[in-house]
Design a protein around this ligand. Sequence first.
Ligand code: NAD
Length: 448
Amino acid sequence: MKIAIVGSGYVGLVTGVCLSDFGHEVVCVDTDQSKIEALERGEIPIYEPGLAELVKTNVASGRLSFTTDLAQAVPVADVVFIAVGTPSRRGDGHADLRYVYAVARELADAVSGFTVVVTKSTVPVGTGDEVAHIIATANPDADVTVVSNPEFLREGAAIEDFKRPDRIVVGIEDERARAVMSEVYRPLYLNKSPLMFTTRRTAELIKYAANAFLAMKITFINEIADLCEAAGGDVQEVARGIGLDNRIGSKFLHAGPGYGGSCFPKDTVALVKIAQDFGSPMRLVETTVSINEQRKRAMSRKVIAACGGDVRGKTIGVLGLTFKPNTDDMREAPSIDIIQGLLDKGARVVAYDPQGMVGAREIIENIEFASNSYAVADKADALVLVTEWDEFRSLDLGRVAAAMKSPVLVDLRNVYSAQEATKHGFEYVSIGRPVGVDGKPRPGEAAV
Ligand code: NAD
């Protein structure tokens, strides 16, 4: 099949590359000329494991190409995916649909013959209707059907997720789209990934419901972690104890500094707005949003408490900046609020991240960067582990402690154990776990 992908960011590029790897002929379109030029030179504008190799193979096979010219890519395409951003609208938190609608207007004039237009961007319920309306109004002769096919991939594991998804959700309003979308995903279907057909509105709702549910699950375990700190329990044991129940499941039960990233924060807020618009408020999600917002700042108070209540003039080393490992994405990363909270209280912050420092430099002012994990620890008064990159999981703790002014380790991802850290002389603070010899929380461990 001939496929055009409009928007070649994290989702569009991965979608395009994987579909070309399935054997389709794919053109990735983007308005960002420097991005397209970089891709044409074989440079990958984002960090995503395995992506560079896959781009190279499929470009070499002639199945994958890049352009800024939508009008050239779309007329020959059987299927056009819209994968542009839907960020939070400034001021009210609604999904900002201007990029999606701009693409719809461009497509109206560019399509030729029967074309399936697929919204892959995360969009509020009813957006597909509006995209169809825009195209039909601008070009009444266009033979187009609009499909909703939300994406569930996770950055850092995007290729694996795209090629081996738990399910593919396809919302259609025209039976002709069923055969086309089945053909697009045929290789996955053969791999037994369930292809679920539903209505367009339902598909749009499934995406927001999935993200909101996962955000709630994370927030739930974070609150249980606070209770564990106050009451003297161990959140990891609680998570294991409940996660072994098949009705609950063990995933997304890792207590931490709060969720961040390019999806959960904006999608939960957008769902709250959608629900309010329909007069059907989602109070669980509203509460999740507010708990998570407060939690990120509370983490900087936790660090300050671990430093004896004052960080003025102290050097705090930060390990990890991106919202999760294996990505360079800094959007809404908890590190931003945590670091800002420390800077506001007069700390000097030195950070290291394997992929996030370029992005962080644009977002956080007055932060310094180190060249590796050990350089971050150099003469630091405390070290905070914010993102659980693999390389932070097996640090030589003796070497880290020796480099520091005072060995305080605030482990916001529970990567280490109290036993391990204290053996190397660390004062160790983690999330939702007792650290005292007697198993009771220390003052620094008190719920924040
Ligand atoms: P992104 O910001 O990385 O990429 C969007 C791209 O669209 C950019 O390269 C931008 O230049 C391009 N673009 C904007 N307007 C355009 C136009 N008129 N024509 C062509 N290109 C245009 O965004 P992303 O993270 O890939 O997210 C895209 C959508 O997918 C969003 O709705 C997001 O919520 C959803 N989503 C993202 C993820 C994720 O992990 N990032 C996962 C699932 C769903």
